[in-house]
Design a protein around this ligand. Sequence first.
Ligand code: SF4
Ligand code: ZN
Length: 305
Amino acid sequence: MEVCSICKEEEPIYYQRHSGLKFCRECFIKYIKKKVRKTLGKKIIKQNVKIGMGLSGGKDSLVMAYLLREYYDPIPNSEIIGLIVDEGIEGFRKRGIKIAVEFCKKYDIPYYIDTFEDHIGYTLDRIVERAKEKNITANPCTFCGIIRRRILNSMALERSCNYLAIGHNLDDVAQAVMMNYIEGDIKKLVILGKSIEHPKFVRRIKPLKYIPEIEVKLFADLVGIKYHSEPCPYSSLSYRNEISEILNLLEKKHPGKKYSIVAGFERLVKYLPLEKDKSICKYCGNPSASGICKVCEILRRLDII
Ligand code: SF4
Ligand code: ZN
């Protein structure tokens, strides 16, 4: 019988192609817990820390919440809370929110829900319609990502969180790196790799950034996390999807390339300068380099402000 490369006893359930290791159920679960703990490190897993976790109800955010809860539970004066954003995507988002709320209730995690409509007066569906009426060809994910990011930040800021944890996995980070490499978008690369120090920004952390998507899914299934797996109706339109297909093909031919994309980027980003946003947005008062921030730029293009 084939045996697990770690314990040399149990039957393997997962073969990690890039390392050549075979894991049994128990050793795989331990491996993920240890790896994510190491990613966060002792500077983050400690006393007197409050973490806001962006929760969508999908596997990534719930695996992240499951792990963070386990790490912080025994630590005195530490707190984790769930931050849920309802973008307003008919027939999709409500189901994800229901699952995220059930998760929080099951594990006794306080949670808060904010909506696009409360913050900007429009749901994402209405923003997409409005963009069509105005012949603006931007992808729904562009609007969604920028606005959600802002709302999550303000939710975390309002509740005095020290960190905002986002469930991006290795695949997500590798895709973001490649998209910005292709455009040569140095500013976005720097924002992706360095945290902006500003009283109006809560530091973002990505506990799952070294865990590939298939391992996040396997972990969720092995520990019995119920998650929302339907794709967003807008996701097939996304450029990110195309990049994801290319990276999956690359990974298939050359196992480990997603890791090297992210590791290489982290080495490189140390040499890129982080420019301070010196001015503030004239509409909302948030920091911005050009005097008008990304969110307000979108809202202006759509004639909302
Ligand atoms: Fe928003 Fe795009 Fe994600 Fe849908 S796929 S939730 S539109 S970022
Ligand atoms: Zn603004």
